[in-house]
Design a protein around this ligand. Structure first.
Ligand code: NAD
Length: 493
């Protein structure tokens, strides 16, 4: 099934200027080559930015509903091809077929949602302090934007950026993760199919240090929208600061699920297993800390271990598999290293902890679902993002202690509390330092119509999804209209 793609620049598929390519392989079976893709550098980024700059004047002048219609049409094609593309996603990125379908569904939902925003795109009308004068606010596109994405949601996350950029009137250069270039190419090709004008959306595939860095450095880029690791995000933030570029960052996290004594235990266990091990823990909202009240820690731990023991680990194309491979060898080594660190730090390994290498796992990157007990707040496995199928249980004695423990990290994306006590729910809502807080729902599973983003090192204050997604790609303009026929001076009373 190998499919090769170049870059998509100014409405055409073209090879990298250097002619170089790189391969994408199936993480469940590294013998399977998914395709060869343009290995781009600064010269390719230059071409793409030029194309985007050339398309910008006409695109920003195109009526917003007309811009939005392309999203509706792209969403309809994605919907028709959902199952076919989901299978490709599972082969390229590894996650289970059900999860790949959900990734596509999230992208489809968001494309439709943003298509609707094209008929809204509201500003405000605001009364003036002077007679016969009125104010209104209008959104203005930021210009040519750079979109840099990770591999864990290879369709949904790119669409979280492409869709609002398209509606807002920005033109884009999209640099997807090097682990999922086929998903990116197929997505962009759908925009070609629906006739999005040349140059409005350009794709450069390749590695972060070459294509990604060149995009961030390019003077023609007015804003960078980045989702990925804290390490790379920090670097991008510094570069953008010195060149006065706008920059929005969606970075890592260390999410927590709190279980209080009055929680419905089976529900909390199911949510913990799903939150920790879906996508093999490779979600920015993954439940990597279980903060459990001591009164129910015994039964909670027993039930969780029982649930985890029933998880089948294997190729995501197998419908019985719950835990698919991690993305690549480097990530596998990193996760195994964290497991060793956890043991060295004194956490108790309750289950998992090893790479699976039997016949059906021989050619992929499989790690057994891993649960630690006796995790304490100072441990590295309790504070650093592992991004793999690893979670740890911490014990607490009160809701206040639970909230303090949850807040005791440098990240703040998603936190859940399982309790039926309304006081606990509101305390959590008010005191948790997380961008997304759930009561009796898992830390993962964000919906597209609500703002998504985190506090502390998870980001820099921007939100994706929801109507707030437009703020990333537009500037607010304040328009004052005076129809009094005379010079009126504000504040001169
Ligand atoms: P990563 O930071 O390694 O890579 C992300 C993207 O940045 C890739 O496209 C990569 O090629 C590019 N890149 C790498 N070096 C670059 C450089 N020097 N300049 C410009 N671009 C560069 O992250 P990853 O491994 O792809 O993804 C995992 C991380 O993403 C995790 O930390 C996870 O929490 C985070 N993530 C966050 C969210 C969120 O919304 N908060 C969502 C998904 C993933």
């Amino acid at each position: 099934m190998a499919q090769d793609f170049g870059n998509f620049i100014n409405g055409e598929w073209v090879e990298a200027v250097s002619g170089d390519t790189f391969e994408s392989r199936n993480p469940a079976d590294r013998n399977e080559v998914i395709g060869a893709f343009a290995r781009s550098g600064a010269a390719d980024v230059n071409r793409a930015v030029e194309a985007a700059a050339g398309a910008y004047p006409e695109w920003m002048a195109t009526p917003v509903p007309e811009r939005a219609d392309y999203l509706l049409r792209a969403g309809l094609i994605l919907e028709q091809r959902r199952d076919e593309l989901a299978e490709i996603m599972t082969r390229e990125m590894g996650k289970t077929l059900k999860e790949s379908r959900a990734d596509l569904q999230e992208g489809i939902d968001f494309a439709f949602y943003m298509a609707g925003e094209g008929r809204r795109f509201f500003g405000d009308t605001i009364p003036a302090e002077l007679p016969n004068k009125i104010y209104m606010t209008l959104r203005h596109p930021v210009g040519v934007v750079g979109l840099i994405t990770p591999w864990n949601f290879p369709i949904a996350i790119p669409l979280w950026k492409i869709a609002p950029a398209v509606v807002s009137g920005c033109t884009s250069v999209f640099k997807p993760a090097e682990d999922t270039p086929l998903c990116a190419a197929l997505l962009v090709d759908i925009f070609r199919e629906v006739g999005l004008p040349p140059g409005v959306l350009n794709l450069v595939n390749g590695y972060g240090a070459d294509a990604g860095a060149a995009l961030v450095d390019h003077p023609g880029i007015k804003a960078v929208s980045f989702t990925g690791s804290l390490e790379v995000g920090r670097m991008i933030n510094e570069k953008c600061a010195s060149t006065m570029k706008r920059c929005s960052l969606e970075l890592g996290s260390k999410n927590a699920l709190i279980v209080m004594p009055d929680a419905e235990l089976d529900l909390a266990v199911e949510a913990s297993a799903w939150g920790a091990f879906a996508t093999s823990g490779q979600r920015c909202t993954a439940t990597s800390r279980l903060i459990v009240h001591d009164d129910i820690r015994g039964p909670f731990t027993d039930r969780l271990l029982d649930r985890v023991s029933k998880m089948k680990v294997g190729n995501g194309l197998d419908p019985d598999v719950e835990l698919a491979p991690v993305i690549n060898e480097q990530q596998k080594d990193r996760v195994l290293e964290y497991i060793a660190v956890g043991q060295k730090e004194g956490a108790t390994l309750m289950t998992g902890g090893e790479e699976l290498t039997g016949d059906e796992h021989a050619n992929g990157y499989f790690i057994a679902p891993t649960v630690f007990d006796d995790m304490t707040p100072d441990m590295r496995i309790a504070t650093e993002e592992v991004f793999g199928p690893v979670t740890g249980i911490m014990r607490v004695d009160s809701v206040d202690e639970a909230i303090a423990a949850a807040n005791g990290v440098d990240y703040g994306l998603s936190c859940a509390i399982y309790t039926h006590d309304i006081t606990n729910v509101f305390k959590a809502a008010q005191q948790l330092e997380f961008g997304i807080i759930y009561a009796n729902a898992p830390t993962i599973g964000a919906e597209i119509q609500v703002p998504f983003g985190g506090m502390k090192n998870t980001g820099n204050g921007h939100r994706e999804a929801g109507p707030q997604a437009l703020d990333e790609f537009t500037e607010w303009k304040t328009i004052g209209i005076d129809y009094s026929g005379k010079l009126q001076r504000a504040q001169m009373r």
